[in-house]
Ligand binder design. Structure first.
Ligand code: ADP
Ligand code: PAZ
Ligand code: K
Length: 240
């Protein structure tokens, strides 16, 4: 059995893989992951990690895993141009979560991959190559930036559900961010041939909020799908 871990800027997410992927909903932090692993005595042989967190946080994660699963082999997944090349000027700087989400849909060759997480990323895959993309503050970051940097834009955290013109502060902010991010995706899809030519895939913690407004396939486990593909490559090649 494999353990797959996506360490993002807001939380840690984990999946188990044996015949298919199973998300561990109880896990959202290193402490919760450790508690879960100690409580369940799982036969895990290999662990694959995709981390975009700080060095400090990723070191903490690895220390926790070595303690909880001392015999499992740990793979820190990284960009590999042989598997999916990127036009990034320095591909090693491309967030590995972005690369893995594209890896999961590489077979379709032309795709737009959207990750609505802490950051909101849009990546373009054309003829099986990553052309580049966009990184914007996600919904929560946009709201928090406005709340902390303006005197009068104070509002309770509200559920952001639609794109209509806001008639109170929370709606103006929430609908505004949603509409702006949505419009970005539409304009990228249009530039790369429109809906009939290019498939759009959506993942990330805020994906469900965007789904009603985007013509996209919701793939909540996209980063994990990519992690499992990368890990099986390492295991097949006998990488250390
Ligand atoms: N249970 C949850 N805990 C934290 N954030 C959540 C949760 N459910 C949805 N979200 C939303 O998901 C966003 C984070 O997305 P996610 O993809 O998990 O983050 P990251 O990979 O950047 O750590 C948050 O901004 C928040 O709006
Ligand atoms: C863009 C990101 C911050 C997204 O992180 P997330 O929202 O998933 O926590 C992450 O992929 C990252 O730190 N990337 C490195 C910079 C880059 O991709 O160019
Ligand atoms: K992510």
């Amino acid at each position: 059995m494999n353990l797959l871990i996506d360490q993002g800027n807001t939380r840690v997410k984990a999946c188990l893989y044996d015949v298919d992927l199973r998300k561990l909903e109880a896990v959202s932090s290193i402490a919760a992951l450790q508690a879960y692993l100690l409580a369940h005595n799982l036969p895990i042989d290999a662990i694959a990690i995709a981390s975009v967190a700080s060095v400090n946080e990723s070191t903490q994660l690895i220390t926790c895993l070595k303690r909880a699963l001392p015999s499992a082999r740990i793979y820190n997944v990284h960009y590999d141009a042989q598997i999916l090349p990127s036009a990034y000027l320095e591909p090693s700087r491309l967030g590995v979560d972005r690369w893995l989400a594209m890896l999961a849909v590489k077979e379709c060759r032309d795709a737009i991959v959207v990750d609505a997480g802490t950051a909101f990323t849009v990546d373009v895959l054309r003829a099986g190559q990553h052309l580049g993309g966009y990184i914007l503050p996600g919904l929560a970051l946009q709201r928090d930036a406005l709340a902390s940097q303006t005197a009068a834009v104070n509002f309770p955290k509200a559920d952001v559900a639609d794109l209509t013109i806001g008639r109170h502060t929370a709606a103006c902010v929430g609908h505004g961010s949603l509409r702006a991010l949505n419009a970005l995706v539409s304009s990228v899809v249009d530039e790369f041939g429109g809906e009939s030519t290019v498939a759009t895939y959506l993942t990330g913690g805020d994906a469900a909020t965007f789904m009603p407004h985007l013509k996209a396939e919701h793939r909540p486990l996209l980063v994990f799908e990519g992690l499992q593909l990368a890990l099986s490559g390492y295991l097949t090649r006998g990488d250390q």
